[in-house]
Structure formats: structure tokens, C-alpha cells
Write a protein that binds this ligand. Structure first.
Ligand code: SF4
Length: 743
């Protein structure tokens, strides 16, 4: 039954975790506003959060399963949809064997209460071995460097912005993203506070973003040169004998190997590659030496580039060399109340970090995943092992994956495609069956994902605002999909859930019978409760008095703050040495490639991507209030470059790379470094086969058509979306190409 009135909850859309108040009137979400009483966000909100009600009521959102017959979509009952899926899966398994299936998980899977807790079970049951995800499009290098340095892919140091004296951002724009892999109630406000107390903020980015304009200093590097820049800084630290490990003395392995490597990266030797004066590198090193507490944060620009792993690694190396890792005012590790990622690691214990080879290109799976850019060729290239069946969940790779033009051509070749998704979008329109999730307001929420990136331990349990009626519980759907693909269509999903829960309890040292007796109700809520009870503040099922359970959060509509971060290095590291590995061999194996790039000093015009506050990859473009107004899907270019190319502001231009070509409006912008152009990603909604009425009217162009699939950060396999060589010319628009779509 729908409860009219006020519902306090936290916004699930990003790491900001803003507390919101949903006002329900007449059974509808009449408004969504900031909740000033929320103990975490204290009234902070962004435009996206205010549209959760619109998202829920969006007439294009799928409420029932959809089944495709040729080009015609029909709404189907759940049983009819499962029957169709069983038939398609059975056909693929009979014709091609059980390993002809692959899976692609998207960012939205982390935000979906059920998918975030059950995708591991679904994938394990399905037997799918080829796993792809949006992780290899935006963050895999950081996972890899954390795994190699600290022994856990999610042990990512988070900047202690509230207590630092110097905040340095590489390739991040919190003014638009609100903080990504970094949860803070208000990054921009905290930057203002830092400057007010005499500290400094430096932004290193090819674009003087809104964040950079709010900083004390902008360093406009050439895209892809962050690693060389930071190695130059480390060179100065060693050369001036200014390395000070402080409390990490004795806990760091490989310092001498690192010293040897950085010896070859003097500021003078890398300056031309970085496109800046050597003195800027020396000055930054000097500032790090002289500042008591510094926190360095790197985000999307450091991951989605040719040297993504090297750049991700060097961010933490500089923190270690200045004695600012695991220290208040430096970078620290979180202590989430419900540590989901520890619980459901993608990489089971004992599994090698790098393993196997992709069939077509021969690249390895890193941390259990093949590069997303391999998926199109694995579908399209005939031969044993060809992908014939695909499961996507919370993902839209037709827009967001690199070389997406090839992927769109490949998807129709699939004999079976099932998507767990709430929209008939550019990807799911190729599926044979779409199974929708409950809306975000029909789901309970406890942000097990974002608290991992937060230096405050806390939690906020939000029950559903609206009941998800007329459908099976979503965990049953997800579990059943895994069973069907795994060739067990009649599997008992309740027994599977019990077995899954028992396994998780045992892995955390809890007696499984006792756990199941204490938490008999199946589904994602009991997994959350288990995570809280076995987490760092949990009651361990009554063993620790005053320990937390889910009940501790149920009557706290404004959330609950538990504790600030504390140093954790003393807990040890699951690395081969048991210490922090500052110079992992796999990372050092890529240094030679960087040395070559530094010597080559390519000066092509290159493309980078940009983000906007009202956009979240491809998700939120079907909401009128977020997409209306000034055209945002433009190519930004410095006015001197525009003049050199004979182009004028506002005209349509053809933007091409070796992978493809799109037509877009040009927008001159002198806040971008000459030699660099930028576009937002997640656009390109012109496909008439989708059911996204608003997005189609604001289609924009898909910049990922331009990302060559073979252009990756070599050791992590992450796509390169920043630093793609491109050409810009006047557009010769074919008639009818009003959306500037791929030509
Ligand atoms: S900043 Fe993130 S969490 Fe906060 S309202 Fe916006 S989208 Fe939601």
C-alpha cells in the first residue's frame, strides 16, 4: 500500500549519497528535495537527485517483461518471458555448448539493491566465463593498482579532504561528478573550506573545468601524460632526499626498485611530453615537500588513458613517498559498516590477477574480466568459442563501451540476448528478452557501494517508497536467470539463496545454521544484515554487545554516523610480501612503453571526454528537466585551434578517428588546452528502435564510436577514452542527419 507523506531516504545515483525527502501525494512522488536533517549530507543535493520521482513515473520505464519477435516488442507475463528465455538458452547450449555465453554488467548494477548483492550468485550459477563490465571502461586501472600494491582491488585510498593542507586532483571534476570513487557530502564546499583555512587546491587536467576554476592553480597537462608528470615529481623527491615514509617505515616493499625507475624521469625529460614547463613539476614537488599534509585524488582522466595503471599507481606512490598514506589529512582507507565488496569480491581467493587469453585478440583477463573493447570482436568473429548468448545487467554498452559502432553491428548476431534493465534502450533493443528491475523508489536502499569510498563510517537504510506489486521479488528473477543460463531451469531458487547465504556466513566465520535461524527471510535484506553484523562494527550475531545490526538503522530515517576513519596499515596487507608493494613487477613492466611515449612526443589533436552535473553516463537523458536547455553534446575546442582549422563557433563539424566519424556542433571554449578537444559521453540516442521519447528528442552523438577498441591501457585492458587522436573538419551533412549521428 502506498503511504502518502514524507519519505526520507538517500539518493542512490552516485557516491554523494545525499539524503532526500520524497513527498508522496495521491500515490505519486510529488517532489524530491534535500533532507536537511540527513546526518551525512546535511542538505546537499544536485539536480539529478530531484528527478527520482520523475524517473519512477517515466512512462517509458518498463514495468513488465518484454519479449521481441523480429522487430516487434510485446509485453509478456513473467512466466512467458522465462519460457522464452529457457527456449533460447536451450538452443544456444545445444548448438554451441555451455560456454557460448558472456555477460556485461554496467554501473547501474552497483546501484540496484538486488543486482549489487546477487550478480555474483547469478554469474556463478550461469557458468559464464567471459565477463565484461563498465569497470574496464572507467576504473579498472585503479582496481589493478590497488590489488597489486595493497592486496585488495577495493582497498583504494580516499583523500581526507576535510583535514588536509593541500588537495591535488588529477583528471577529476567533482563540480560535475560530485566525487567519483570518493564519497564526500560536498567536495566543492570542502575545497572552499580548505582554502579558507589557508590550504591550497591544485587541479591537473587538460581542461580548466569548473573544479579547476575553483582551485588555486590549474596545470593543463597534455592528456595521457599524468604518469610521466608524477614520475617527474617522484624524481625530485628522491633527488632532494625528501622521501619520508614516516609511520610507513618498515611497511613498504620495493622502494629501491622505485628509486631506480624514477631516476629516468627527470622533470626536464618529461616536460615536453606533458606539454608544460619542467619548473611546474619541480614546484609541485617542492610544495609536497613543504606541506605537512597533502591528499592526492585521481579519477576518470587518470584511468581512461593509455597509461591508466601507471597513473593510478603513481597517485598512491606519491602519497607513500610523502608519508601521507594512511594518515589523517592524507589518504586513508574506509571502514564501511556493510563491506559489500569484501564480501562479494569479483576475484575469488587464489585466482590469478592476470589469466587466460581472449580468443580473438589474445589479451588476458585482468581481475577476472576481459576488456569491454573485446566484446564486439568476440561476438562477430566466427569460430569455436564465439559468443552466441549475452546477458547484460544495468548496462548500455551500445553507447558507453569503446568502439561502440562495432558493438552495435555485432549485437544482432547473437542467438540469445537477455537484459536485466528498466529501459528499451540502445543496447536492450537488441535483446530477445528484457526483464525489468523494480524502480529505485520501489527498492529498499542501503548504499553498500558508496560507503566503501567514504572516510566516515555510517549508514542509511531506506525502505521502498512504493510497493513493487505484480512481479516476483527481484532476487528470484536474478537467481533464476543465472540458473536458466547455467542449464538448470528448474532449480530451486530458494534453496540456491539459502546456500548462497550459508556460504557467505561461513566465509565470515559465522555458524551457518545459527545465521539462517537468526535471519530466515530470504532476499537482499538478509545479505545486508549479514554484512552489517559481520562488518567492523557488527554484533557478530549477538557475540559483541552494542554491535550493529540492520535493526540499528531501521528507525533512523536521517541516517546514522558511526565513526571517522582510522589508520589501517597496521592490519597488514594481502600482498606477497605482506607489506605495501610500492613497485609491483606487473606495473613496472609498462614503464618501457611510457619511456617510448615520452621520447616520441606525439602532438596530434586529441579527444578527451567530459562530464556534466545533469548527466550520468547514458542513464538520465530521458528526463526532460535534465536535458532541456542549451545543447550540451558539443565538441569543445580552443578558439585558436578553431581558427587554425577554419571553423567557427556553432557550426556543425565532422569529428573522426580511426574508429569512426560523427557530426557534432562546435563550441569554442578557451578553458580547454590548445591541441585538445572534448565531448561528453553517453549520448547518441537517435536509434528509432528504442523507447526513450525524451532522449530521442535530445539525441546528441555517441563519442564512443570514436574510441578504437584496440586502444587500451595495456596492463589493465581499460579503454582509452582520453587522448584519442582525432581530426576535425567542416561537416558535409548528409540530408536528414539532424542528430549528428554516426555516418
Ligand atoms: S550528488 Fe549524487 S547522490 Fe546527491 S543528489 Fe546528486 S546524484 Fe544523488
Amino acid at each position: 500500500m502506498i503511504q502518502n507523506g514524507l519519505h526520507h531516504r538517500s539518493c542512490p545515483l552516485c557516491e554523494g549519497m545525499c539524503g532526500i525527502t520524497v513527498t508522496v501525494e495521491g500515490g505519486r512522488a510529488a517532489s524530491v528535495r534535500a533532507n536537511r536533517q540527513d546526518v551525512w549530507s546535511q542538505g546537499h543535493i544536485c539536480p539529478k537527485g530531484t528527478t527520482l520521482g520523475t524517473l519512477h513515473h517515466d512512462p517509458d520505464r518498463l514495468r513488465t517483461p518484454m519479449v521481441r519477435d523480429g522487430n516487434a516488442w510485446k509485453s509478456a507475463s513473467w512466466e512467458a518471458a522465462f519460457e522464452r528465455l529457457e527456449m533460447l538458452v536451450g538452443g544456444v547450449r545445444n548448438r554451441h555448448g555451455p560456454h557460448a555465453f558472456a555477460a556485461y554488467g554496467g554501473n547501474m548494477a552497483g546501484k540496484d539493491t538486488t543486482l549489487s548483492r546477487y550478480s555474483g550468485l547469478m554469474l556463478a550459477t550461469s557458468g559464464i566465463q567471459q565477463i565484461y563490465s563498465s569497470g574496464t571502461v572507467d576504473q579498472h586501472p585503479k582496481n589493478l593498482s590497488a590489488m597489486l600494491m595493497f592486496g585488495n582491488e577495493w582497498k583504494i585510498p580516499i583523500p581526507d579532504l576535510d583535514n588536509t593542507d593541500l588537495f591535488i586532483i588529477f583528471g577529476g571534476n567533482p563540480a560535475a561528478s560530485k566525487g567519483s570513487i570518493f564519497s564526500h557530502r560536498d567536495v566543492m564546499g570542502a575545497m572552499r573550506d580548505l582554502r579558507a583555512r589557508g590550504g591550497r587546491v591544485i587541479v591537473v587536467d587538460p581542461v580548466r573545468t569548473q573544479t579547476a576554476r575553483s582551485a588555486d592553480q590549474w596545470i593543463g597537462l597534455r592528456p595521457g601524460s599524468d604518469a610521466a608528470f608524477m614520475l617527474g615529481v617522484a624524481h625530485v623527491l628522491f633527488a632532494r632526499d625528501a622521501v619520508r615514509l614516516r609511520h610507513l617505515e618498515g611497511l613498504v616493499e620495493g622502494l629501491e626498485s622505485l628509486r631506480d625507475i624514477v631516476g629516468g624521469f627527470s622533470p626536464q625529460s618529461v616536460a615536453a611530453h606533458c606539454g608544460i614547463e619542467a619548473m611546474i613539476i619541480e614546484d609541485l614537488a617542492e610544495e609536497l615537500i613543504c606541506t605537512e599534509r597533502s591528499a592526492i585524488y585521481g579519477r576518470i582522466g587518470t584511468c581512461t588513458q593509455s597509461f591508466g595503471t601507471l597513473a593510478s599507481w603513481m597517485i598512491d606512490v606519491l602519497a607513500i613517498l610523502t608519508g601521507n598514506l594512511d594518515r589523517r589529512g592524507g589518504s586513508m582507507w574506509s571502514r564501511p559498516v556493510a563491506p559489500l565488496v569484501d564480501m562479494l569480491s569479483m576475484l575469488p581467493a587464489g585466482m590469478p590477477i592476470v589469466m587466460g587469453k581472449s580468443r580473438v585478440r589474445g589479451v588476458p583477463a585482468v581481475l577476472g574480466q576481459f576488456p569491454a573493447s573485446c566484446m564486439a570482436e568476440e561476438i562477430a568473429t566466427p569460430g569455436p568459442g564465439q559468443i552466441k548468448g549475452l546477458l547484460t545487467f544495468g548496462a548500455n554498452p551500445a553507447l558507453s563501451a569503446p568502439d561502440s559502432g562495432r558493438l552495435v553491428q555485432a549485437l544482432p548476431l547473437l542467438e540469445c540476448m537477455v537484459s536485466l534493465d528498466n529501459y528499451l534502450n540502445e543496447t536492450t533493443r537488441h535483446a530477445h528478452v528484457i526483464l525489468p528491475s523494480p524502480s529505485l523508489l520501489e527498492s529498499e536502499h542501503f548504499d553498500m557501494w558508496s560507503w566503501v569510498f567514504c572516510l566516515t563510517s555510517g549508514g542509511h537504510y531506506s525502505p521502498p517508497v512504493f510497493p513493487a506489486t505484480g512481479r516476483p521479488e527481484h532476487w528470484r528473477v536474478v537467481t533464476r536467470v543465472g540458473a536458466i543460463i547455467g542449464g538448470q531451469p528448474n532449480a530451486d531458487v530458494e534453496a540456491m539463496d539459502d546456500g548462497y547465504f550459508r556460504g557467505l556466513a561461513t566465509a565470515h566465520g559465522i555458524d551457518e545454521d545459527m545465521a539462517i535461524e537468526a535471519l530466515p527471510e530470504r532476499g537482499p535484506t538478509r545479505i545486508l544484515d549479514l554484512a552489517i553484523r559481520t562488518g567492523p562494527f557488527g554484533d557478530r550475531f549477538g557475540t559483541l554487545s552494542n554491535g550493529l545490526t540492520l535493526e540499528s538503522f531501521r528507525d533512523k530515517p536521517d541516517g546514522l554516523i558511526i565513526a571517522p576513519a582510522i589508520p589501517r596499515a597496521i592490519e597488514g596487507f594481502k600482498t606477497p610480501s605482506g607489506k605495501i608493494e610500492i613497485a609491483p613487477a606487473l606495473i613496472l613492466s609498462d614503464i618501457h612503453r611510457l619511456e617510448q611515449a615520452v621520447r616520441t612526443n606525439d602532438s596530434s589533436l586529441v579527444l578527451v571526454s567530459r562530464r556534466h552535473l545533469r548527466s550520468l553516463n547514458s542513464w538520465m537523458h530521458n528526463i526532460d528537466t535534465l536535458v532541456k536547455g542549451k545543447e550540451r553534446c558539443t565538441l569543445q575546442m580552443h578558439s585558436t585551434d578553431a581558427a587554425t582549422h577554419g571553423l567557427v563557433n556553432g557550426e556543425m563539424v565532422a569529428l573522426s578517428s580511426v574508429a569512426g566519424e560523427i557530426v557534432v556542433p562546435l563550441e569554442t571554449n578557451d578553458d580547454i588546452r590548445p591541441g585538445v578537444v572534448s565531448m561528453p559521453h553517453g549520448w547518441g540516442h537517435g536509434d528509432p528502435q528504442t523507447r526513450l521519447g525524451v532522449a530521442q528528442a535530445h539525441a546528441g552523438s555517441n563519442t564512443n564510436i570514436l574510441s578504437p577498441g584496440t586502444m587500451v591501457d595495456v596492463i589493465s585492458g581499460n579503454a582509452v577514452l582520453n587522448g584519442i587522436p582525432v581530426r576535425v573538419t567542416k561537416a558535409d551533412l548528409p540530408s536528414g542527419n539532424e542528430f549528428g549521428a554516426a555516418i
